[in-house]
Design a protein around this ligand. Structure first.
Ligand SMILES: C[S@@+](CC[C@H](N)C(=O)[O-])C[C@H]1O[C@@H](n2cnc3c(N)ncnc32)[C@H](O)[C@@H]1O
Length: 420
C-alpha cells in the first residue's frame, strides 16, 4: 500500500486515506479543474459482456463487434484482428489452454463472471512468474485488499458463489495449494461491489472490468467526479472545481432516481447507507417533491404541472398544486397497460423494428397520461424511441443510397452508345 500511496502522490496528486464510516478512499492533494482527469487505469482483467439484448460477440480486447474471428483453438474467445489478438496473447495463451479443455456441454456455463474470475487467477500467475510486469498500481495485492462484504451476504448468494467457485476451480484444474474454493468465492463477492461495467460513449454496456485503484473511490449521489471509459481505459474526471484535500467521489448508480430507489440500490449491491448531501435530505419537503417528480404521477388536469402525493385517506394521489385527486384504481389500470406494452415492445425490439417503434410510441402515450412530465420512466421511453427512429432513418438513408447508385448505373448503361 505504501508503494501505491507513493505512485498516486507523485504521479497523480492523490492520497489514499481511511475514513471510519467508508473505509479506504482517495483524496486530492492539489486543486482539480472541471473536466480534468484525476486518475485513469487499465483493467487488471476485463471480459466482454453477453446479455439477452446484445447477443452478438465482442472482441476480447477492444470489445468491437466488427470483423470478428473466433480463436480456432479454444473456440470461445473472439478478436477483431491480429493487433488485439497479439496484445492479449500473454494472457490468452494460458486462458486458451484451460478453455480448450472445457467439455462442449459446459461451454455455456462460461459466463462473463466465470471468465473474469478465471482470467483474474491466470493474470496473478503470470505476474508471479514475471511473464507480465507487476507495478505499484497493477498487482494482485490490490485485488486482495478490496472489500468483499462476505459477512453481509445472504446464504443463497453464498451458495451461488460457492457453486461458481467450484466451476472456476474445475476449469483451472490447479492443485489445492495454489487455489481454494473459499478464496474464489470471496473474490466473486469482491467483484460484485468493485467491478465496473465498461460502457461506450453512449453508455451502452460493453464489458466488465476490475480496476483495483479506481475501486478505492467511494460513492456520492452528488459526486464531484465521473467515471467514463475510453475503450478499456477507465478515466475519472472532475465535474466541478475540486479543492485540495477533498475526497474524490463518483456515483455508483443512476442518480436520476428518488432517494428511496438510490438507497435501496446502494444497500443491495454495496452494503452501505449513503449519507451524501442529497441523501441526508430524505423526508424533507424538497426531497419528497423531487422523488414525486422523478418517479410519481401527473395531475389529472393536463394544464396543471403539479406533483402528486399519496392521499392521507388512501383513496389515491392528490395534486399538490390544484388539489385534484387521482384514484388509485385509475393509476393501477394505466400502470398495467404500460407494463404490458413495455414487455411487448422489448419482445418486438429483437424482431420487427416498426412494431417496436409503434409499441414504444403507445407506451409514451400511456406514460404521458400517468407520469409527471419530468418522470424518469417517460424520459427512458423517449430515449428508446429516439434510438429506434435514428436506426430507422439510417436504414432508410442506406436503402436510398443503394437505390440511387443502381439508378445511376442503369442510366449510364442506357446512355452508352450501342456498339452496333
Ligand atoms: C468500490 S469500494 C470503495 C472503496 C472502499 N471504501 C474500500 O475500502 O476499499 C465500495 C465500498 O466502499 C464503501 N463505500 C463506498 N461509498 C461509501 C459511502 N458513501 N458511504 C459509506 N461507505 C461507502 C462500501 O463498503 C462499498 O461497498
Amino acid at each position: 500500500m505504501e508503494e501505491l500511496q507513493k505512485a498516486l502522490n507523485d504521479g497523480r496528486s492523490l492520497t489514499v486515506s481511511t475514513l471510519p464510516d467508508k473505509g479506504r478512499c482517495l483524496f486530492t492533494s492539489r486543486h482539480f479543474s472541471p473536466g480534468e482527469v484525476i486518475i485513469s487505469q487499465e483493467p487488471y482483467v476485463a471480459v466482454p459482456n453477453k446479455n439477452s439484448n446484445d447477443s452478438s460477440s465482442r472482441c476480447e480486447w477492444c470489445f468491437s463487434t466488427r470483423n470478428l474471428k473466433k480463436c480456432s483453438a479454444c473456440q470461445v474467445v473472439w478478436y477483431c484482428g491480429s493487433t488485439c489478438q497479439k496484445t492479449d496473447w500473454k494472457l490468452h495463451r494460458l486462458e486458451c489452454k484451460v478453455l480448450s479443455k472445457v467439455e462442449k456441454g459446459r461451454i455455456k456455463s462460461l459466463t462473463p463472471s466465470i471468465r473474469l474470475m478465471v482470467k483474474l487467477y491466470l493474470r496473478r500467475k503470470l505476474q508471479v512468474e514475471q511473464v507480465i510486469a507487476m507495478t505499484s498500481t497493477d498487482n494482485y495485492g490490490l485485488v486482495e485488499a478490496l472489500v468483499s462484504h462476505m459477512s453481509e451476504i445472504d446464504e443463497n448468494q453464498l451458495v451461488l458463489y460457492a457453486q461458481m467457485a467450484n466451476l472456476v476451480s474445475l476449469i483451472l484444474q490447479w492443485p489445492e495449494a495454489e487455489i481454494n474454493i473459499k478464496d474464489i468465492a470471496v473474490n466473486f463477492s469482491k467483484l460484485a461491489c468493485n467491478a465496473h461495467t465498461i460502457c461506450d460513449a453512449e453508455l451502452r454496456p460493453l464489458a466488465t472490468g476490475l480496476y483495483p485503484v479506481i475501486s478505492l473511490i467511494n460513492h456520492s449521489c452528488l459526486p464531484n467526479s465521473v467515471l467514463v471509459f475510453e475503450g478499456r481505459l477507465a478515466v475519472v474526471r472532475a465535474v466541478e472545481h475540486i479543492p485540495k484535500g477533498t475526497e474524490v467521489l463518483i456515483s455508483y448508480i443512476e442518480t436520476a432516481a428518488s432517494t428511496m430507489t438510490r438507497q435501496k440500490a446502494l444497500k443491495e449491491q454495496y452494503f452501505f447507507t449513503c449519507t451524501c448531501p442529497r441523501c441526508i435530505k430524505a423526508g424533507q419537503y424538497d426531497d419528497i417533491k423531487e422523488s414525486a417528480i422523478l418517479e410519481g404521477y401527473c395531475c389529472k388536469d393536463n394544464s396543471c404541472s403539479g406533483f402528486l402525493l399519496r392521499d392521507p385517506e388512501k383513496r389515491g394521489f392528490v395534486c399538490q398544486e390544484c388539489g385534484l385527486l387521482r384514484e388509485k384504481e385509475e393509476i393501477k389500470d394505466i400502470e398495467w397497460e404500460v407494463k404490458y406494452l413495455i414487455e411487448k415492445a422489448s419482445m418486438c425490439s429483437s424482431g420487427n423494428k416498426i412494431d417496436a417503434s409503434l409499441t414504444y410510441k403507445a407506451v409514451e402515450k400511456q406514460q404521458l397520461e400517468l407520469c409527471h412530465p419530468f418522470s424518469i420512466n417517460l424520459m427512458r421511453t423517449r430515449e428508446t424511441l429516439l434510438k429506434e427512429y435514428i436506426r430507422a432513418y439510417i436504414l432508410w438513408l442506406v436503402c436510398n443510397i443503394i437505390l440511387v447508385e443502381n439508378l445511376n448505373g442503369f442510366l449510364e448503361r442506357l446512355m452508352k452508345p450501342s456498339s452496333h
